[in-house]
Ligand binder design. Structure first.
Ligand SMILES: Cc1cc2nc3c(=O)[nH]c(=O)nc-3n(C[C@H](O)[C@H](O)[C@H](O)COP(=O)(O)O)c2cc1C
Ligand SMILES: *[C@@H]1O[C@H](CO)[C@@H](O)[C@H](O)[C@H]1NC(C)=O
Ligand SMILES: *[C@@H]1O[C@H](CO)[C@@H](O)[C@H](O)[C@H]1NC(C)=O
Ligand SMILES: *[C@@H]1O[C@H](CO)[C@@H](O)[C@H](O)[C@H]1NC(C)=O
Ligand SMILES: *[C@@H]1O[C@H](CO)[C@@H](O)[C@H](O)[C@H]1NC(C)=O
Ligand SMILES: *[C@@H]1O[C@H](CO)[C@@H](O)[C@H](O)[C@H]1NC(C)=O
Ligand SMILES: *[C@@H]1O[C@H](CO)[C@@H](O)[C@H](O)[C@H]1NC(C)=O
Length: 413
């Protein structure tokens, strides 16, 4: 199941020749062969997971091809999927040395919509966690509580909104656990989602959406995360092989008017997820949102949609005030602490990961927890390397993102 992947930033002629490994080779397989007499198809030990990409390798050993493909799929030729992973190379750090960074690991905490968490990393909404472990999303809830991070629960999770809420901790170090609830009002045929979900669900009849919002409120979710970047069925060849794409070929009439209707129905803040342009970010600000969520859905919706780094940079270059006006969350293709730092340098407040946690859940709750811990540690280590003494004060001066000027839209003044 090895994929070929290329490295961006090389001359076009070199592109075709450069093999791209889904995970850059950092010696995991060599190590397993030598020390564990490892054979293909055997899940390595959790202790041997050193970076988030290791979990992708490990998940491939455990999951059926069908289930792995469902997690792993990108849209069409998966160019956006690969770009999400590659693009980080275009932005370099500008390390400053001889700064005392011994306390940086005490400055990882963030406040999102008034709720405190001990790190800027969170779990993005991605359903079917049960493929990796039968406890499904309960592992997400518990690991998030232990690590005091935000969990954004997916609407079509295997566990119901109520089951997820019941698993929340009342005693994280920042008090009762905070969860945000994702919703996705669209015309969608839910054959492949959990048996707990309604089967047919349409825009013409939003009662299911209103019901889900009411349930989220009732069970104490603190915000609604509204997926705006799935207005149609996605072109997903990898998933289509097993017929596990998410919808029929319907399109839906998601509009800002629906946002106004939703706002009328709930006192919870509604965070639009999937903001991919400066114009939509500004429109969201005009509509009075408190936070926006930059994402290209992990490259699963529209091939050649931009990565979160490019989107954040587009906003930064054209309307930097957006980062002050609203809180900005982001995800897609984040795999290392350094990726998180680059987004934060541009003004992003917190960063989500989707697939890595699905893969880590193949080790159950401990795997999810270890994945969060790895990210926290990498963020602190890399921040120190860059010379950041206090992560809360990170700014654009720690990166050189000029290379993105060639690819990112910049409004002509
Ligand atoms: C298997 C899978 C299912 C997903 N389902 C949803 C969904 O129902 N709603 C949504 O807003 N995003 C969904 N996403 C997107 C994630 O919330 C997130 O944007 C994406 O996974 C981030 O990219 P990453 O996987 O590279 O970290 C899904 C992602 C995956 C991998
Ligand atoms: C390594 O694994 C193979 C296949 O499982 C087995 O035949 C062999 O005996 C093992 N070698 C050692 C040194 O354990
Ligand atoms: C934080 O960093 C300090 C200094 O480098 C180190 O002594 C301490 O163990 C670290 N704490 C955590 C929780 O990683
Ligand atoms: C959240 O963190 C801020 C800044 O560290 C602090 O002032 C505030 O009291 C905290 N709020 C809660 C509810 O703990
Ligand atoms: C948390 O508190 C609520 C309400 O007091 C209670 O119903 C729930 O069982 C508690 N959860 C846990 C995990 O203890
Ligand atoms: C809307 O959907 C709900 C839930 O499936 C159903 O009970 C209701 O009858 C539907 N209303 C209309 C007008 O179709
Ligand atoms: C919101 O509610 C107000 C008051 O009930 C109503 O006048 C308005 O039309 C509603 N707006 C939308 C978009 O539903």
């Amino acid at each position: 199941m090895r994929c070929t992947l290329f490295f961006s930033g090389l001359a076009a002629t070199a592109l075709a020749a450069e093999p791209f490994l889904n995970e850059p080779d950092t010696g995991l397989e060599t190590f397993l062969h030598q020390t564990n007499n490892w054979t293909e198809g055997t899940q390595p030990a959790l202790k041997d997971m050193r970076g988030l990409n290791d979990f992708d390798f490990a998940a491939r050993q455990k999951l059926s091809t069908e289930n792995y493909f469902y997690y792993r799929t990108g849209s069409a030729g998966e160019w956006s999927y690969r770009n999400n992973l590659d693009i980080w190379q275009k932005v370099k750090f500008r390390p400053r040395f001889l700064t005392d960074t011994t306390k940086v690991n005490k400055t990882l905490g963030v406040t999102i919509l008034g709720y405190n968490f001990t790190s800027p990393v969170f779990i993005s909404p991605a359903p079917r966690a049960q493929y990796g472990n039968e406890r499904g999303e309960l592992n997400y809830v518990e690991a998030s509580a232990d690590e005091d991070t935000l969990y954004v629960a997916a609407m079509y999770a295997q566990k119901t909104i109520e089951e997820i809420a019941a698993a929340k901790s009342n005693t994280t170090i920042n008090g009762p656990q905070v969860i945000f609830q994702q919703v996705l009002p669209m015309l969608v045929y839910l054959k492949y989602y959990s048996t707990n979900s309604p089967q047919i669900y349409s825009n013409a009849n939003l009662s299911v959406t209103w019901d889900n919002i009411a349930r989220a409120e009732r069970t104490g979710a603190k915000a609604i995360v509204w997926t705006i970047d799935a207005p149609a069925d996605a072109v997903r060849h990898r998933a289509a092989r097993f017929d596990t794409t998410n919808a029929n070929s319907a399109t839906s009439s998601l509009t800002w008017d629906l946002y106004d209707q939703m706002k009328n129905r709930t006192s919870l803040p509604i965070i639009p997820k999937g903001i991919a342009s400066v114009e939509d970010a500004q429109e969201a600000v005009r509509r009075g949102v408190k936070a926006i969520y930059i994402s290209n859905h992990g490259g699963r919706q529209l091939d050649h949609s931009p990565s979160p780094l490019e989107i954040a940079y587009e906003i930064y270059r054209n309307a930097p005030e957006v980062f002050k006006q609203v809180e900005v969350l982001a995800d897609s293709g984040v795999r290392y602490g350094s990726d998180v730092l680059k987004l934060m340098a541009l003004g992003v407040k917190a960063v989500g990961l989707g697939r890595p946690f699905l893969y880590a859940n193949c080790y159950g709750r401990d795997g999810v927890q270890k994945a969060i811990q790895i990210m926290k540690k990498e963020i602190a280590q890399d921040a120190a390397q860059v010379g950041i003494a206090d992560l809360r004060k990170i700014g654009p001066s720690v990166i050189n993102a000029r290379e993105l000027d060639e690819t990112v839209y910049i409004e002509e003044k």
